[in-house]
Ligand binder design. Sequence first.
Ligand SMILES: O=C(CO)[C@H](O)[C@H](O)COP(=O)(O)O
Ligand SMILES: [Fe+2]
Length: 219
Amino acid sequence: MKNYVSASVLSADMLELKKEIKKLEISGIDMLHFDVMDGSFVDNITFGLPVLQQVRKATDMKLDVHLMINDPLRYASAFADYGADMISFHIESSSDTLATIRKIKEKGVKASVALKPATSAEEVFEFLPYLDMVLVMTVEPGFGGQDFLHGTLDKISVLRKKINELGLDIDIEVDGGINAETSVLVKRAGANVLVSGSYLFGAADMAAAADIIREDLPC
Ligand SMILES: O=C(CO)[C@H](O)[C@H](O)COP(=O)(O)O
Ligand SMILES: [Fe+2]
C-alpha cells in the first residue's frame, strides 16, 4: 500500500497559516490534517467550520478532517460542505456510526472512524465494509506534542489483518507522536497514512522529514 503523510496544522503558526500551508505544498506533503476539538469530547478547543472554509480557499491539498467532537452525526455534513476531502469521527462519541458514515459518503467525501487508545479494534469491525479509512489514535486525543503510546501497535496489526482477511482496500491512519522512529513501528504494524504535527513543523527541513516518515520499509 502507498504511504501518505498528513500534516497536522495544530502545530502550525496560526497567524501565518497561509504561509504554513504554502510550506506544506512546497514540501510535498500529501494531506493537511485539520483537528477539530470542541472542549467537551476532549479537553481542548481548536478551530472549526469558518477556518476550514478559508483553508479550502487557500489550497488544493487534500483536507483530512479529524473531528474530536460530541454528536458528529449533527456536524458531519457541514464539514463536508465546507471542503473536507475525508472526515474521521470518533466511535466513542457517535450515536449512530453507520448513519454518520452514510452522511459523509453521500457528500462524496471519504469516511473514517477514529479510535481512542483504549478502544479495541473489534469495535470497528462491523463498519469496515462501509469505510475508506480507520484512524488509530496513538496518543490520547486533545493535544499535539505528546509521546507515542506503544500499546496501540497491536491494534494496528489486528485491524490490518482483519482488513486483509475481508479483502478490503482501507487505509489505516495513525495520529499522535509520529516521528522518524515511531513511523517505522506503525508502518510495520500496517498503517499507511501518517499524521505528524510537532515532528514535521519542528524539522529544519520539512520535505526531508516527510520523506523519512513516508518511506517504504525495506523488504
Ligand atoms: O489529533 C491530534 C491530537 O489529538 C493531532 O493530530 C496529533 O496530536 C498530531 O500532533 P503530534 O504529531 O504533535 O502528536
Ligand atoms: Fe488528529
